[in-house]
Structure formats: structure tokens, C-alpha cells
Design a protein around this ligand. Structure first.
Ligand SMILES: C[S@@+](CC[C@H](N)C(=O)[O-])C[C@H]1O[C@@H](n2cnc3c(N)ncnc32)[C@H](O)[C@@H]1O
Length: 251
């Protein structure tokens, strides 16, 4: 099985790839992991891959262009198509049935985020499967990608000494509000435009838009969060773009 991992920090994987079960699986040619750095694909003359969010707010957003270009080049060079996965706390929670489905694919491509995440147009254009490893915020998608790879390779025949041990596993989850979509420059990319309200400078209107987006996303993706007992819920999504008390601070 082949994994292509797209990241800003390929060096984070080297220790993991060189140890234990994964190292043995790679040596046995049961698993092939290839690392790709978005930074090599940026068309920015200063090699920047992130920028400030349109509409204001803390942190930086990964630009759409280096991610789309890097992914498209990897696909052009691959022998067979694979499933594209974007690691995000807003995705479907990784669980064992999902791991089992992924383990049946011949190839998986993993997009690792950083900072405040990706420009929303990465998702609009590439239509990845969005996967979270749990309801908490990591500093980046690299550890999540390692979790996913680690879970999947256990199910590849020949990787474990005892195939029975992978049939005895279990899991658990938490909950929180989901964030609104983020955009950064350029304003238009391949016909996908940033919502006008984020360019308006009207911060109350931006806050209302973000709150509505957050509520819609939470309703659509994690309606179970809305029906939990009040003491377990956040007060609501942070939408002013300036103050995020419920978040770990900028990554
Ligand atoms: C600090 S997080 C961004 C979180 C984003 N601002 C939000 O609230 O949805 C930076 C990156 O870490 C990765 N990440 C963080 N938590 C994750 C999780 N629970 N599962 C998968 N990836 C995660 C994602 O790739 C994400 O783009």
C-alpha cells in the first residue's frame, strides 16, 4: 500500500518511518510512504505558503495554490489513483470501520494542515475526504497522518505478526463547536471566490456570517454536539475574528 503525505514538515515523519512495525513493513515492501513539501510548490517569490485570513482574526492560513499544485503533481506521477484525505478537526472522526475501509485502498494521499488550517478552496477544489482523529486541536496534521497510517497498516496482511491482535481494538471521542470557513489571498482562484462579506471590512457583518457558518457546519456535520447537556457545550462559536478563548492558542 502506498501513502503520499503532503506537509510543511516532512522531517517530522523520519523518526516514525524508521522505527518499529512501519520500518519493517517498508523493508518488506508491504508499505511505501512518500513525503512531499508544499513549500517546494509555492509560486510566491519569498516561498511563503501561508498568509493572514481575509476578514481578520488571529493566526495564518495555508494558501490554496501550493497545496493544489503539489497534489496535482503527485497525482500525475502516481501509477494508480488514490483516495485523497485532508486531516482536519472538522472531518469525520476516524474510527475502526473507517480504518478498515481505508485499508482496502491501494493508495492514500494525506494533506497535513498547520496554523489555522487550509484556505477553504483547497476543499472546494480537491474534494478530499475530511478526517479528524478526535475532538481536540493538534498543532498540525502530521501527527494525525501518523495516527491514520499507524491504524491502517495494522490491517495490511503481513504487517502484524498475529493478525488476531488487530481484531481486538477499541476507541473513544469528545465534542466542541466547529470553526467557520477561512480564506486568504488570492481573492479568486480557478473561479472560486472569497465570500464578499469577508472583504467588506464590516466586522459585525463578518461576525454574523461566521456565526451562521459555524452553526450550519455544526448542525450539518456534528448535530450531536447541539443536543448534548448544557454543561458539556461551548458557549457558542467564536465569531469576532479577534478573540478565541476556547481555542489553544495560535499554532
Ligand atoms: C491548529 S489546527 C487548525 C484548527 C482550525 N483552526 C479549526 O479550528 O478547525 C492546524 C492543523 O492541524 C491539524 N489538526 C489539528 N487537530 C486535528 C485533529 N483533531 N485531527 C486531524 N487533524 C488535526 C489539521 O491539519 C489542521 O489544519
Amino acid at each position: 500500500m502506498r501513502f503520499d503525505v503532503l506537509t510543511l514538515f516532512p522531517g517530522m515523519f523520519r523518526g516514525y518511518l524508521g522505527e518499529s512495525l512501519l520500518q519493517k513493513a517498508i523493508e518488506a515492501k508491504l508499505v511505501d510512504v512518500r513525503l512531499h513539501d508544499y513549500r517546494q510548490w509555492t509560486d510566491d517569490k519569498h516561498h511563503r505558503v501561508d498568509d493572514r485570513p481575509f476578514g481578520g482574526g488571529p493566526g495564518m492560513v495555508i494558501k490554496v495554490q501550493p497545496v493544489v499544485d503539489c497534489f496535482e503533481q503527485v497525482e500525475r506521477e502516481a501509477d494508480e489513483p488514490g483516495e485523497l484525505i485532508l486531516l482536519t478537526p472538522q472531518g469525520r472522526t476516524l474510527d475502526q470501520p473507517l480504518v478498515e475501509r481505508l485499508a482496502r485502498q491501494p493508495r492514500l494521499t494525506l494533506l497535513c494542515g498547520r496554523y489555522e488550517g487550509f484556505d477553504e478552496r483547497v476543499t472546494e477544489i480537491l474534494r478530499p475526504t475530511e478526517i479528524s482523529i478526535g475532538d481536540y486541536i493538534l498543532n498540525g496534521g502530521e501527527v494525525a497522518a501518523m495516527v491514520l497510517i499507524d491504524a491502517v497498516i495494522r490491517l495490511i496482511p503481513g504487517v502484524l505478526g498475529d493478525e488476531q491482535s488487530s481484531r481486538d481494538d477499541s476507541f473513544s471521542t469528545e465534542s466542541r463547536w466547529l470553526e467557520f470557513p477561512q480564506y486568504t489571498r488570492p481573492r479568486e482562484y480557478r473561479g472560486h471566490e472569497v465570500p464578499d462579506v469577508l472583504l467588506s471590512g464590516d466586522h459585525p457583518a463578518i461576525a454574523r456570517w461566521r456565526e451562521e457558518q459555524s452553526r450550519q457546519r455544526t448542525q450539518q456535520r456534528r448535530a450531536d454536539l447541539l443536543s448534548r447537556p448544557a454543561e458539556n457545550q461551548q458557549d457558542g462559536p467564536s465569531t469576532d475574528g479577534l478573540h478565541h478563548p476556547q481555542k489553544n492558542n495560535p499554532s
